[in-house]
Design a protein around this ligand. Structure first.
Ligand SMILES: C[S@@+](CC[C@H](N)C(=O)[O-])C[C@H]1O[C@@H](n2cnc3c(N)ncnc32)[C@H](O)[C@@H]1O
Length: 224
């Protein structure tokens, strides 16, 4: 793991290419040699400020619904934010989480790390290789689930990092091509809540709060 002072403080995260299957290691090496590595593209875009618009007012809705889910369903919990970017969602948590770990590639994490504290941590890792040695109450994929190489295998792997009563929060853009992703997700997970929102410009997102099969999450009492 590479990183700044704030990222090196994080010890719960490991990117271990040696643990990957041979095929995955070779593909990764070839991509890097050819200079077509997506990681480089993301870093270059963040370095140019190309994703600062995620903090604009018209992006607020999905960050806030997800943060609301944490406050309502798992107040004071330990949250893992996969592909956290510059930590815009973390800002909207506004104290709802007890502990937060966000990870992404180097450049967004470099920017986010300015906000790091004892309980707000950022780390550099690839979501397809990430391994945690702790479990979280909430795992969030906020506009980042598209980058799992294999959606369902990836989600199954992340279930290991979820406490038995943990929940999964996902936000996806309302593009038609994301509907098959929701179909696969809905086939496995119980949906606690789902919200579809449209902003002034007509941009649409769906956010869902989900429980894995056999999960022990207990819903706060609801009035009939
Ligand atoms: C559309 S942005 C969303 C950022 C942030 N979650 C938000 O909503 O503000 C997608 C993020 O996924 C990150 N990402 C893409 N592929 C990744 C990977 N393999 N591992 C970790 N992060 C990745 C990108 O660097 C980027 O920050």
């Amino acid at each position: 793991m590479t990183g700044t002072d704030s990222t090196t403080r994080v010890d719960s995260i490991r990117t271990d290419p040696a643990a990957l299957p041979l095929g995955a290691r070779l593909t990764r090496g070839v991509r890097r040699m050819l200079g077509v590595d997506r990681e480089r593209r993301w870093n270059a875009e963040y370095a140019k400020g190309g994703w600062e618009w995620l903090r604009n007012l018209d992006e607020l809705a999905h960050h806030c619904v997800l943060a609301g889910y944490v406050a309502y369903l798992k107040p004071g919990s330990a949250v893992l934010d996969v592909g956290c970017g510059e930590g815009v969602f973390q800002e909207q948590l506004r104290g709802a989480a007890g502990r937060y770990l966000g990870f992404d590639f180097e450049e967004p994490v470099r920017k986010a790390s300015r906000k790091a504290t004892e309980t707000i941590r950022f780390a550099v890792a690839d979501m397809n290789e990430f391994v945690a040695d702790e479990q979280f109450d909430v795992i969030v994929f906020n506009e980042s689930i598209y980058y799992l190489h294999d959606l369902m295998a990836g989600l199954l792997r992340y279930e290991q990092f979820l406490k038995p009563d943990g929940i999964l929060l996902i936000s996806m853009h309302g593009k038609e091509r994301n509907e098959p992703l929701w179909a696969q997700i809905d086939a496995r997970y119980s949906v606690l809540d789902a919200v579809t929102m449209v902003n002034r410009k007509g941009v649409k997102w769906t956010t869902k709060a989900l429980v894995p099969p056999g999960g022990a999450f207990e819903m706060p009492q609801q009035v009939p």
